[in-house]
Write a protein that binds this ligand. Structure first.
Ligand SMILES: Cc1cc2nc3c(=O)[nH]c(=O)nc-3n(C[C@H](O)[C@H](O)[C@H](O)COP(=O)(O)OP(=O)(O)OC[C@H]3O[C@@H](n4cnc5c(N)ncnc54)[C@H](O)[C@@H]3O)c2cc1C
Length: 471
């Protein structure tokens, strides 16, 4: 019986396990080693915002792992990998042999070198433990006040959760705009104005130089803090959230012979330079859907895809991954923001619709007749916008040449659906599967709840399919 050792229990690992079991039905040994329990980080903001209970953060429990015949070693770290010798060494000195190894160790936040960044109540909000620390910090405070350092994608997800809590908020960003790795200047300006309109303090083009404890005003378990900014301003906070970037968890692999760049380099089967050592998720630097150099796309959909492709290959199938698509979709306090693919490509032909009073921003970036990037900003309550986001993602994902529909979109930027269906994107997507078969629902159920069956009507788009753009 082959033995698969899997390190990390995030979404990449869980999806690999489910896929291995889909293929082999239990005819292999799986050992799962993780220093944290099995949960989804992207759910943490919902827990922080008090929208879901603690238990709903988890993606598996003892009964689930028993049913999938997985030997779990939670609370343990892998400290060393001997790839040629096919062993891993745990933090208790134990050595385990493997036939296949999956490294799904994710990434960790980078702590900025700010004096006071180690004070209680200063957290990166990356793990469940950080989230609990943040909630404890704010518990019982009459007027909770938080400062977010770093206005990036993850930071703003956390900002949105804190906004739902009704906390007083400030954000400090070194760059002259918010979301610098997700939006261009014009769209970022809409977000900045939106935040100010919501009463959130936005401090751009400056840094936090020190975080100090205001011990003299200590009123609860944690002292209140003062932040000094490079522009001379000061801010007060109960909670400081650090969101200044992440780094792939590869340090324990130095000297292992496994090829590393920013992450673990993998091919389209998720194999490293040792074919029986796989990597998936935030830690893996792999194929880019749009043909760029190997990339880390540290988002949940990539972790899920990577995990499923790695799992299928570990179980003996030959599955090739077409590559991950860079995408960030975000609700910023009621303003929906999204960018896809090569949204910052200076070579691309751009179609822009910009209405600051909306606020509405739509930018489509073209490489010939193919859509290769997009930026969208608009009100989160606009259902049409949300539908368009999904369809734009599909158009980029399939890379269908849009032909005459490109001109149609130039004239009708709000009629994405007609182009999406008319150009055959919907039909193409319906046929695309990652593993050559439809996805099976995940086997873990919170409180045993079953997913609702999806209603599929293959003729629903017939009317659109037979239309052409009018002149
Ligand atoms: C607050 C927050 C919100 C997010 N929201 C979104 C979102 O809305 N959309 C989105 O697409 N993405 C979101 N993300 C990102 C998403 O959660 C990650 O891309 C995803 O978790 C990556 O999954 P993974 O399995 O690769 O790694 P992880 O989920 O990080 O899991 C890896 C696990 O391995 C463990 N580990 C590391 N090293 C070792 C070792 N040596 N030995 C044993 N165990 C080890 C880690 O502790 C961790 O538990 C969010 C992330 C955060 C923090």
């Amino acid at each position: 019986m082959p033995r698969h050792v899997i390190v990390g229990a995030g979404p990449a690992a869980i999806n690999a396990i489910e896929t291995i079991r889909e293929v082999d039905g239990g005819a292999s040994e799986i050992v799962l080693i993780s220093d944290e329990p099995a949960y989804a980080r992207m759910v943490l903001p919902y827990y922080l915002a008090d929208q879901i209970p603690y238990q709903q953060v988890f993606t598996g429990d003892g009964a689930y792992f028993d049913r999938l015949k997985v030997h779990t070693r939670f609370g343990r770290r892998v400290n060393r990998v001997d790839a040629p010798g096919r062993t891993v060494t745990l933090d208790n000195g134990e050595t385990l042999a493997f036939d296949n190894l999956l490294i799904a160790t994710g990434s960790s936040p980078v702590t900025p070198p700010i004096p006071g960044a180690d004070l209680p109540g200063v957290v990166p909000l990356w793990t469940l433990a950080h989230t609990e620390a943040a909630l404890q910090t704010m518990a019982g405070r009459p007027h909770p006040q938080a400062v977010l350092i770093g206005a990036g994608f993850i930071g703003f997800i956390v900002l949105n959760a804190m906004y739902k809590r009704g906390w007083t908020l400030h954000v400090v960003e070194r760059e002259p705009q918010v979301l610098p790795r997700m939006l261009d200047r014009d769209s970022a300006r809409l977000v900045e104005n939106w935040l100010r309109g919501k009463g959130i303090g936005v401090h751009l083009g400056t840094t936090v130089t020190a975080i100090e404890s205001l011990k003299d005003r200590e009123d609860a378990r944690w002292p209140r803090k003062q932040l000094r900014l490079a522009n001379g301003a000061t801010l007060e906070a109960d909670l400081v959230v650090l969101a200044t970037g992440i780094r792939a968890n590869v340090d324990f692999l130095r000297g292992s012979g496994i090829a590393l760049d920013q992450g673990i380099l993998v091919n389209e089967r998720m194999q490293t330079n040792f074919p029986y050592v796989y990597a998936a998720g935030d830690v893996a630097q792999g194929p880019d859907l749009l043909g760029g150099p190997p990339a880390i796309h540290a988002i949940q959909p990539t972790a899920v895809d990577h995990g499923r492709v790695a799992g299928a290959n570990m179980a003996g199938q030959t599955v090739r991954y077409p590559g991950s698509l860079l995408m960030n979709i975000l609700d910023v306090c009621g303003l929906q923001c999204a960018s896809f693919g090569r949204w910052h490509d200076p070579q691309a032909e751009a179609m822009v619709l910009h209405n600051p009073s909306g606020p509405i921003y739509r930018k489509l970036l073209w490489t010939g007749e193919r859509l290769t990037g997009a930026i969208f900003v608009g009100k989160a309550q606009d259902v049409g916008l949300l539908n368009d986001l999904g369809m734009v993602k599909g158009i980029i994902q399939t890379q269908v040449p849009l032909g005459e529909w490109k001109d149609f979109l130039r004239d009708n930027p709000f009629d994405i659906r007609r182009a999406y269906v008319g150009a055959g994107v919907a039909a193409r997507l319906a046929q695309m599967t990652l593993l050559g078969q439809p996805t099976r629902p995940r086997q873990y159920r919170y409180l045993g709840r079953q997913p609702q069956p999806q209603i599929t009507n293959p003729f629903a788009h017939q009317a659109y399919m037979s239309t052409r753009p009018g002149k």
